[in-house]
Design a protein around this ligand. Structure first.
Ligand code: HGY
Ligand code: MN
Ligand code: MN
Length: 409
């Protein structure tokens, strides 16, 4: 077969066009799920699909599917995808690269006049980041049967707006039940979001699996009192108690559980007045580890430690599980196909496990699949400085192109 390539200039252009939607002054992107900026990115994706003559639709939780039809319309598609929603201080490439690389692949195949034997579909999953609505990976989770539509519809943001209403408001609540979609195989291209590929000079990461992720919500209740007239030994300071808990969590991850990571990413302090001792806090915990049993051991240690701290500080602590995604092992045949494509194209590659979570973790419950990583600058991600080179992005898209053709032609 004559060698074909994706159009790297066009791929870079589509990513930069998407990056204009929700662009931040520091060069990042803020596009939280189901906001007007998310709608604008969705509209642009559908406008491109319409202009380029692809079929497109969205399902009951707003996942958008863009399809290059095959000789047989009835065979389940080869599915490629990722997400267009971002972190509040997100970058141009996390998620967006996977959707645009998939789109560039179906454009290339169509331009080459190649008619695949089965459909090839590119998907934008709703609410992968889980910033505005929990849980994360909600759209892919409903598609895969991990979450029910009702669970996700009833999720609310900080202002009490429901996922369902916000989805309807932006016009992306489709009729077709997400869980009814089938696919033959799923491939998710993504930037690594870590430093390994770049530091070890590899162009391609064949992702064998993803570490497990446990998200907890913590509320600490003390007693509001006057910051000037309340003696230190009579205080029930919810923020001091929470700070001790944060430090205990950090020590747990750095000293007791090697290979784990733990983060308190968000904290709300009530009432948040300079001269009132805080009576209540709410904060989030995100812990990750390649082994499920270790995550559960960390969870029980957290409960013990936090209760001891609450007792010492005269406060009350409540801990609720927000979501749990077990460690994932991807499909070996799919990984082998990616490996063969990288070899055929002459790109050096390494096999790896992903530190970050992805929609592929959810999809893996229903459709065999794998991920292909490309390097990002200094491994920086979930940061407005996130960056990647047009060459590296094109390399990953070419590996995707040959892997997709292996499954679909
Ligand atoms: O949290 C994650 O790992 C993903 O980036 N949403
Ligand atoms: Mn992502
Ligand atoms: Mn992310």
């Amino acid at each position: 077969m004559k060698r074909i390539n994706i159009d790297s200039t066009r791929l870079w252009h589509t990513i930069m066009e998407m990056a204009k939607i929700g662009a931040t002054p520091k060069g990042g992107v803020k596009r939280l799920a189901l906001t007007e900026t998310d709608k604008a990115a969705r509209d642009l994706f559908c406008f491109w699909a319409e202009s380029d003559g692809f079929e497109y639709e969205w399902d009951s939780v707003g996942n958008i599917f863009v399809t290059l039809q095959g000789k047989s319309k009835n065979l389940p598609p080869v599915l490629i995808g990722s997400h267009l929603d971002t972190q509040p201080t997100g970058g141009k490439f996390d998620g967006i690269y996977g959707v645009m690389a998939g789109y560039e692949v179906i454009k290339t195949i169509k331009e080459q006049g190649i008619k695949p034997s089965r459909p090839i579909t590119v998907v934008n999953w709703t609410n992968e980041e889980g910033v505005r609505f929990t849980p994360a990976m909600a759209g892919s989770g409903v598609f895969s049967g991990v979450y029910t539509e009702e669970e996700i519809y009833n999720s609310t943001d900080n202002n009490g707006m429901t996922f369902k209403n916000e989805l309807e408001k932006i016009g992306y609540r489709g009729h077709r039940k997400s869980v009814d979609y089938e696919a033959e195989v799923y491939i998710e291209p993504h930037i690594e979001q870590g430093p390994i590929l770049e530091s070890e000079n590899y162009k391609i990461g064949i992702v064998k699996g993803v570490q497990g992720q446990l998200s907890l919500d913590v509320s600490v209740t003390g007693f509001e009192s006057h910051s000037g007239s309340t003696p230190m030994n009579m205080r029930k300071d919810a923020l001091v108690s929470s700070s001790k808990m944060c430090l205990a969590l950090n020590r747990m991850a750095t000293e007791q559980f090697p290979g784990s990571v733990a983060t308190v990413g968000k904290m709300i302090v009530h009432p948040g007045a300079r001269n009132t001792v805080p009576g209540k806090t709410y904060f989030t915990i995100d812990i990750r580890h390649p082994r499920k049993d270790i995550l559960f051991e960390m969870e029980s240690k957290i409960k013990q430690h936090f209760q001891n701290i609450a007792d010492e500080t005269g406060t009350k602590v409540e801990i609720r599980k927000a979501w749990f995604t077990p460690p994932v092992i991807f499909n070996s045949i799919c990984a082998e196909t990616l490996r063969k494509s990288a070899e055929f194209l002459g790109y050096n590659f390494m096999e790896m496990v992903s530190g970050a979570g992805h929609d592929a973790c959810m999809v893996n419950n229903k459709v065999p699949g794998c991920m292909v990583f490309v390097p990002c600058e200094k491994g920086i991600s979930h940061n407005e400085l996130e960056n990647a080179s047009p060459e590296d992005l094109a390399t990953g898209a070419n590996v995707l192109l040959y892997s997709v053709m292996d499954f679909a032609i």
